[in-house]
Ligand binder design. Structure first.
Ligand code: FAD
Length: 581
């Protein structure tokens, strides 16, 4: 197997991975050799589809805004499960990052006075979300990518899919990756590694996320014995377009859109009177489910069996839609033939974001256990749980988190690589061969199970039993069903046995990862007997701070069961209070 040695290897080229690469390059004056891997072309990373914007207090004092208020909103939105020392880092650094991206070339929407305009977002007390129309992710990612191309020390390995993370005790040693173009496995070693592989909301069938959001880095870390944190907390976005699940950004409500039930009522009045359509996502998603369950939903066979509600943008007017939400207008017209200037859009909640992920400390260092970090492995972006989002993320806080911890981990990885010098690590070839062999076992297997049938069954199970509302009965059914699918997956057979661009093989690897993460999510959800943020249990309808104000830590065990432990939540400034909107 080919072994390539670098100073830093970055797994993933979304906003977190690219921001880390930029920082590590700048920190070393372009001296460190950096490999950045992406299973897709880097510009197809899921960050490209972020729509509504990025949070940050650009104008302290205006509208009564302050970093402290941003922190309070974030902690309250998180139902106080976030680590507040990390939230303090987020609110402090978000404004300078938005300004950096201005310099990198993002065309932020501006007012007549030339200043960057801010829009309202759910759970935020005042407008503090900067945006580039409704294509914020596209502009941010392309600005970063354009800038990275100027650094000759960064090599981007497009369409290299990581298949293993090899560690030795508290040290990262190497990654193995499948080159999609040839089917060959290459190993990448470096004194520093950053995982930035995004979230895993694709474990659900009805989702706003891309087919690629399969949580590979999280699954590989789990497989390597590393702990995961707060995996039960999955965000359901209230307004996914039916029937595809394509996101209709929260900015549509930030710009003044209404949610209406079958009677035409703005039903959010019953659930969050002061915030209405700009309540946090967990509350609105549950409100929609309740409206449908209580018979006030809308149904139309052409959109399937599930009931839905209307997102009404008709009163905003054509000009505002064209200026602020052009992509939403285009999506609605192209996907379902509805012009949102003229008719309301059919929407219902879909899985959207995963608050949980690889357990990291405040510096993004991957934790080995409750106290000890790995010496040279970091995780940034949606795959890492530094825990600024706690039990429920506020919209537009993710992009800030991705780039801030991209910067933090890029700096730290660069410093570590410089200190370590350029001596290549000793690699036990057998460990690398084992990773390659496991891919070949899948490729050559003459089993009987169709991976796509298993994936359909996983999606059906997660949609039906692990949604915005959860019960012990439903979660137990889900856990047993996913356990059965894991067992069936060991006898899987893929249709294409060739080496070149074998997308069947890629899909099967992803399905294996998703099954593990679906299993962990379900086990952790069953374990947490309270309602907090996005995790709502029908039998335990209240938040229980005495017993459950703590992070869930999940680790793999030899039997395949999930070992569950806990970690403390850090409270600094904002005392837990009842969450009312
Ligand atoms: C439709 C949509 C709109 C959103 N809009 C907003 C918004 O407006 N504001 C906001 O704050 N948040 C938004 N979010 C959330 C936000 O976009 C994501 O949390 C964020 O972009 C994640 O970035 P990332 O860098 O962590 O990962 P990603 O952008 O998902 O990138 C992951 C990278 O890892 C690579 N990768 C994964 N697995 C492997 C593997 N096995 N081998 C090699 N490479 C691998 C991928 O190729 C990719 O390069 C939105 C989410 C969705 C779904």
């Amino acid at each position: 197997m080919e072994i390539l040695n670098y100073d830093i290897v970055i797994l993933g080229s979304g906003l977190a991975g690219m921001r880390a690469a930029l920082q590590a390059s700048m920190a070393s004056n372009g001296k460190l050799r950096i490999a950045m891997l992406s299973k897709l072309h880097a510009m197809r990373s899921h960050s490209v589809s972020a729509e509504g914007g990025i949070s940050g207090v650009l104008y302290p004092g205006e509208n009564g805004d302050s970093e402290d208020l941003h922190g309070y909103d974030t902690a309250k939105g998180a139902d106080f499960l976030c680590d507040q020392d990390a939230v303090e880092v987020l609110i402090k650094h978000a404004p300078e990052e938005i300004k950096l991206f201005d310099h990198l070339g993002v065309p932020w929407n501006r007012g007549a006075d030339g200043r960057i305009v801010l829009r309202a977002f759910g759970g935020m007390s005042v407008p503090r979300t900067a945006f580039a129309a409704d294509k914020t992710g596209f502009f941010m990612l392309s600005a970063l990518y354009d800038n990275l191309l100027q650094f000759s020390n960064i090599e981007i390995f497009h369409e290299y899919m990581a298949t293993g993370i090899v560690c030795d005790k508290d040290r990262f040693i190497a990654l193995t990756a499948l080159n999609m173009a040839t089917g060959e496995t290459t190993a990448f070693t470096a004194p520093s590694c950053i995982i930035a592989t995004g979230g895993f909301a694709r474990i659900y069938g009805f989702t706003t996320t891309a087919y690629s959001s399969t949580g590979d880095g999280i699954a590989l870390a789990y497989e390597a014995g590393l702990p995961l944190k707060d995996m039960e907390f999955v965000q359901f976005h209230p307004t996914a377009l039916i029937p595809s699940g394509i996101l209709i950004t929260e900015a549509a409500r930030g710009e003044g859109g209404y949610l209406r039930n079958a009677n035409g009522d703005r039903f959010m009045e019953r659930y969050a009177k002061s915030k209405m359509e700009l309540a946090p996502r967990d509350i609105i998603s549950r409100a929609i489910v309740t409206e449908v369950e209580e018979g006030r939903g809308i149904s139309d066979k052409k959109y399937g069996d599930a009931g839905y509600v209307h997102l009404d943008l008709t009163h905003l007017g054509e000009a505002k839609l064209d200026e602020r939400l052009p992509m939403i207008k285009e999506i609605a017209i192209k996907m379902i033939g509805i012009d949102p200037a003229k008719e309301p859009l059919p929407v219902r909640p879909a899985s959207h974001f995963t608050m949980g992920g690889i357990h990291t400390n405040i510096d993004g260092m991957v934790m080995l256990d409750a106290k000890k970090p790995m010496s040279n492995l970091w995780a940034a972006g949606e795959c890492g749980c530094v825990s600024v989002h706690g039990a429920n993320r506020l919209g537009s806080n993710s992009l800030s988190q991705c780039i801030i911890w991209g910067k933090i981990t890029g700096n730290a990885a660069a410093k570590h690589a410089i200190d370590a010098g350029s001596k290549p690590a000793d690699v036990d070839a057998k460990l690398l061969d084992d990773r390659e062999a496991s891919v070949h076992r899948l490729l050559d297997s003459d089993g009987t199970e169709d991976p796509y049938a298993i994936r359909r069954e996983m999606w059906r199970t997660m949609d039906a039993y692990v949604g915005p509302y959860r019960t012990a009965d439903a979660l137990t059914k889900a856990r047993n069903a996913i356990a059965d699918l894991r067992r069936r997956f060991t006898d899987v057979r893929i249709g294409d046995h060739s080496m070149v661009y074998n997308t069947n093989l890629r899909d099967a690897i992803e399905i294996g990862h998703m099954l593990e993460l679906a299993y962990v999510t379900t086990a952790c959800a069953l374990n947490r007997e309270e309602t907090r943020g996005a995790h709502a249990r029908r039998e335990f309808t209240k938040r229980d701070d005495e017993k459950w104000l703590r992070h869930t830590i999940a680790q793999a065990s030899k039997t395949g069961a999930v070992r569950i432990g806990y970690a403390d939540v850090k409270i600094t400034k904002w005392k837990p209070e009842e969450r009312k909107y």
